[in-house]
Design a protein around this ligand. Structure first.
Ligand code: GLU
Length: 577
C-alpha cells in the first residue's frame, strides 16, 4: 500500500473528536447486534445504518413519499456505508404506488463501456485473476444510481428533488461517526486493494491509520458533489465536470486503466422493466427481472417448495433444510445457464416460471442430496447458452420503506465488492460491477456464454429486492439483501420463513443461514445451523461451515401494523412512527 502525504484539507476534515457526539452504534464485538422486531402504525424504514434510517424517517415526517425517503436513505448510505453502495454504483428497485395499485421495477444497473468487448478480462489469452481485475478502472461500469433515483423521483416523488439531498449534505459537512462495520471492513482488508489509489487512501487511512469506529469524519468533496446533483439533477453527474473527473479517474487508474468514456456516461439511462411475479399459496410474490437473476431465481425456489407441509416442518429442521437446498440447486442451475441482460440475450423468464416446467423440475428432488444438477429446458429457451460462473464477494445494501399512504420501495444497491474498484472521485467510490460478467466469453468448444461482456451490456446480478402481496392484492412484505450470489438463498429462505412458517420478520432475518448454490451446502458458522451438519451429511450433502454475511432489511404489514426487521449481522435499524 502506498502512503501519501495528508493534505491540510484532510487533516481539517477528518479530525473531529469522537466524544463530540453521542455514540450512534451499539457494540459489535461478537459480529452480531441483537435486534428487536420494530413496529409502527404510520410509516417505516428498515436500512443497513441508523443514520440512513433516521434520514428516511425525517423525510417521511415532512410528508415525503416512500420514494423521497428512499432517495435520502441511498444518499446517506453512500456517505456512512460507502463500502456498499452509492452514486458510483448501480441498483434495482421495486416501487409500489398504493393509489394506482401499481408495481414498477427500475433497473439502474451499471453498463459496460461501449469500447469494452468480450476480451475485457482476458490477458495473454487467459482469463484474469478475479482479484487483479477488480481494482482500478477496468471493472468500472457506467454508474446507474443517479439516473435511477431521478427516475424514481419522477414516478413517486412528492418533495422537491433538492430537499432529499439535505440529510446527506449536512452529515457530510458536519460529520458522522464511523460505524463498526465500516471500521471492520477497512481494518480487516475486506478489499485488499483499498488504499492502492491515493484518493481512497487519503480518505480511509488519514495520517496512514485506518479509520476507527466512532471517529467523526466529514466528506466535503461528497457534499459538493451532492450539491451539484441537488441543483442540476442527474445531468450534473452524467455530463460536465463530474463526468470528466470520473472518466479521468477510470482511464488514469495506474496499472489497471478502464475504458469508460464521457459518451458512456452521457448515454446512460435507467430503465423501467416488467416486474416478475408469480402466485405462491395465498400470496403473489414479485421481484426484479433481468439483468438480475434475483427475482426469477428466488421465485423458482419458492415455487419448487410451494407444496411442502409447513405446518408439520420447522425452519431449522434437517428435512426442510434438505428440501430447501435441493430446490436451490435446481434454481441456481437454471440461473447459471439462462440469466443475463435480456437486452442482449433471450431470457426465457416465462418458461422458467411455467407451472408445468416447474412440476417437472420438482420431480428431480430426492431424499438424498443429488449433487450438482443441470439446467432444465424451459419453454422458449435457446439451447446455445452456457453455464457461467463468476464469484461475487459481498458489498451491497438493501433497504425497505413504506410511507403513510402505503406506497413502498424495496431497493438493493451496490458497488459490487466492498469498496468497489477502490477508485474514489469527488468523495465517492466507483463500482467494480463489471466483474459480475463471466470473464470467459466462450466455453472450451467455443460456444458463447450468455453473461459474457458486450459493449453497453449490463452484467448479470443476483440482487433480489422483493415485494409480496396478499390475496386482496394488498402489499404484505418487502425484503432484500446483499450477499453476492448468495442473496438469492438468503432472500428465498427469509420469504419461506415468513410466508410458509409464519415467523415474524425479525425472527425470519435472525434465522441462521443455509445456502446451496448448486455446490456445497453452506451452513452459517457460529449459529445453530452448524448442528445440522451431521444430519445433512447423512443425506449425502457436502457441508461447508462459513461466515454468511447477509444484510436483510424487511417490513411485513400485519392488519395495518407495520413490523420491521434489521439484520443482526450488520449495524442497521428498522424504525417507524
Ligand atoms: N454485485 C452483486 C450483484 O449484483 C452484488 C454483490 C453483493 O451483494 O455483495 O449481484
Amino acid at each position: 500500500m502506498k502512503h501519501t502525504v495528508l493534505t491540510l484539507l484532510c487533516l481539517l476534515s477528518l479530525s473531529l473528536p469522537a466524544q463530540s457526539r453521542e455514540a450512534r452504534y451499539p457494540e459489535f464485538t461478537s459480529g452480531r447486534i441483537p435486534q428487536q422486531l420494530a413496529s409502527a402504525e404510520k410509516h417505516m424504514v428498515a436500512s443497513a445504518n441508523p443514520y440512513a434510517t433516521e434520514a428516511g424517517l425525517a423525510i417521511l415526517r415532512r410528508g415525503g413519499s416512500a420514494v423521497d425517503a428512499a432517495i435520502a436513505v441511498q444518499l446517506v448510505l453512500n456517505l456512512v456505508e460507502p463500502e456498499s453502495s452509492g452514486i458510483g454504483g448501480g441498483g434495482f428497485a421495486l416501487l409500489w404506488d398504493a393509489g394506482k395499485q401499481q408495481l414498477s421495477t427500475i433497473d439502474g444497473r451499471e453498463k459496460a463501456p461501449m469500447q469494452a468487448g468480450e476480451s475485457l478480462f482476458i490477458e495473454n489469452g487467459e482469463t484474469m485473476n478475479w482479484w487483479e481485475a477488480l481494482a482500478g478502472g477496468r471493472s468500472v461500469g457506467t454508474p446507474g444510481v443517479p439516473a435511477m433515483l431521478w427516475e424514481m423521483h419522477q414516478k413517486g416523488g412528492k418533495l422537491p428533488w433538492a430537499a432529499l439531498f439535505e440529510p446527506a449534505i449536512s452529515l457530510a459537512e458536519d460529520g458522522f461517526e464511523i460505524s463498526p462495520k465500516l471500521a471492520h471492513s477497512i481494518a480487516n482488508n475486506t478489499n485488499p486493494a483499498l488504499g492502492r489509489y491515493d484518493a481512497a487512501w487519503d480518505y480511509f487511512f488519514p495520517g496512514g491509520q485506518a479509520l476507527k469506529k466512532g471517529r467523526v469524519v466529514k466528506n466535503p468533496a461528497f457534499a459538493d458533489t451532492l450539491r451539484r446533483l441537488a441543483q442540476l439533477g442527474p445531468a450534473a453527474f452524467y455530463k460536465g465536470q463530474i463526468a470528466m473527473d470520473i472518466v479521468d479517474t477510470v482511464r488514469g487508474a495506474r496499472d489497471n486503466p478502464g475504458l469508460l468514456s464521457e459518451a458512456d456516461l452521457a448515454a446512460y439511462k435507467a430503465v423501467e422493466r416488467p416486474p416478475v411475479c408469480a402466485p405462491w399459496r395465498q400470496f403473489r410474490i414479485c421481484g426484479m427481472g433481468p439483468p438480475t437473476s434475483g427475482g426469477v431465481t428466488v421465485i423458482q425456489i419458492m415455487k419448487l417448495l410451494e407444496e411442502l407441509d409447513y405446518a408439520r416442518l420447522t425452519p431449522m429442521s434437517a428435512e426442510f433444510t434438505h428440501w430447501f437446498t435441493q430446490a436451490s440447486r435446481l434454481a441456481y442451475a437454471d440461473r447459471d445457464r439462462y440469466l443475463a441482460d435480456s437486452d442482449f440475450v433471450d431470457v426465457p423468464v416465462e418458461g422458467l416460471l411455467d407451472e408445468s416446467y416447474l412440476a417437472g423440475r420438482r420431480k428431480l428432488m430426492r431424499e438424498q442430496d443429488t449433487g450438482p444438477l443441470s439446467a432444465g429446458q424451459p419453454p422458449g429457451a435457446e439451447t446455445a447458452l452456457l453455464d457461467a460462473y463468476s464469484p461475487e464477494p459481498a458489498g451491497t445494501t438493501h433497504f425497505s420503506i413504506i410511507d403513510a399512504d402505503g406506497n413502498a420501495v424495496s431497493m438493493t444497491s451496490s458497488i459490487e465488492m466492498a469498496f468497489g474498484s477502490t477508485l474514489m472521485v469527488r468523495g465517492f467510490l466507483l463500482n467494480n460491477q463489471l466483474t459480475d460478467f463471466s470473464f470467459a466469453p466462450t466455453d472450451q468448444d467455443g460456444q458463447k456464454v450468455a453473461n459474457r461482456v458486450e459493449p453497453g451490456k449490463r452484467p448479470r446480478s443476483s440482487m433480489s429486492p422483493m415485494m409480496v402481496f396478499n390475496d386482496q392484492g394488498e402489499l404484505y412484505m418487502l425484503i432484500g439483501s446483499p450477499g453476492g450470489s448468495r442473496i438469492i438463498g438468503y432472500v428465498a429462505r427469509t420469504l419461506l420463513a415468513t410466508l410458509g412458517f409464519g415467523l415474524d420478520i425479525q425472527q425470519a432475518i435472525d434465522l441462521p443461514h443455509v445456502v446451496n448454490r448448486n455446490g456445497s451446502t453452506d451452513l452459517e458458522a457460529g449459529t445453530a445451523a452448524e448442528s445440522l451438519a451431521d444430519a445433512l451429511r447423512e443425506r449425502g450433502h457436502e457441508v461447508s461451515i462459513r461466515d454468511l454475511n447477509s444484510g436483510l432489511h424487511g417490513i411485513v404489514i400485519l392488519d395495518h401494523l407495520l413490523t420491521g426487521g434489521a439484520d443482526p449481522r450488520r449495524v442497521g435499524e428498522a424504525r417507524g412512527d
